[in-house]
Design a protein around this ligand. Structure first.
Ligand code: ADP
Length: 182
């Protein structure tokens, strides 16, 4: 990598700085989107990596989760964000896309303990991949995919917590007619 310093602006960076935003996204929430939008302003490109995670028994298929994310980014006009699914080590995804950074959102200390361990594991697997933590926006610190699923399954309101099209899909899957707690 080299830089030419012209008129106070660095020009000629030889490579784009790409970051991976990994998660299960079952489904994507406004908390995820907030982190991704903020990261997309800092990095040249973001790869939102959807973990297949069958052991977590997601209610949406991998294809559905990818599709919902793609719809959101189209609507938000985030052109430097792409979505991919994976079923391998995260460092392999980073290598595949030429990304040197992993961005994770932190809601609380409980997130930190788990994410800190994961970042150390990833460093052990590939020391060139760095993990960056971004703190959740205050309005989303309580928000989780599992939380919205639980609220919808009991018929509660999740307006403002997920995009409207995701809300509809959740209601179709878990709400009236398919309420698993009925
Ligand atoms: P969840 O924990 O909601 O099941 P994921 O496994 O999909 O979500 O999480 C992917 C990443 O998004 C993790 O780094 C997680 O800490 C982050 N994240 C999840 N919800 C939020 C939120 N409300 N605000 C900020 N980051 C979040």
């Amino acid at each position: 990598m080299y830089f030419l310093f012209r008129g106070g602006v660095f020009q000629g960076m030889s490579e784009d700085l790409k970051a991976i935003c990994p998660g299960t996204f079952d489904p994507v929430t406004n908390g995820h989107l907030d982190i991704i939008e903020r990261a997309a302003k800092i990095f040249d490109g973001i790869i939102v990596a959807v973990a297949e995670n069958p052991e977590k028994k997601p209610i949406f298929s991998t294809e559905e989760r990818v599709e919902m994310l793609e719809e959101c980014f189209k609507e938000l006009k985030l052109e430097n964000v792409e979505v991919a699914s994976f079923d391998t080590l995260l460092v392999n995804v980073a290598r595949k896309y030429g990304a040197r950074a992993v961005v994770k959102g932190l809601r609380a200390m409980s997130d930190f303990e788990y994410e800190f361990q994961m970042s150390q594991f990833n460093r052990e697997m590939d020391e060139n991949v760095e993990t960056f933590f971004m703190t959740a926006s205050p309005e989303y610190t309580f928000l989780s995919s599992s939380g919205v699923k639980e609220v919808v399954s009991y018929g509660g309101c999740i307006e403002g917590l997920v995009p409207p099209r995701v809300e509809k899909r959740l209601k179709d899957k878990l709400g009236k007619g398919g309420n698993k707690h009925e």
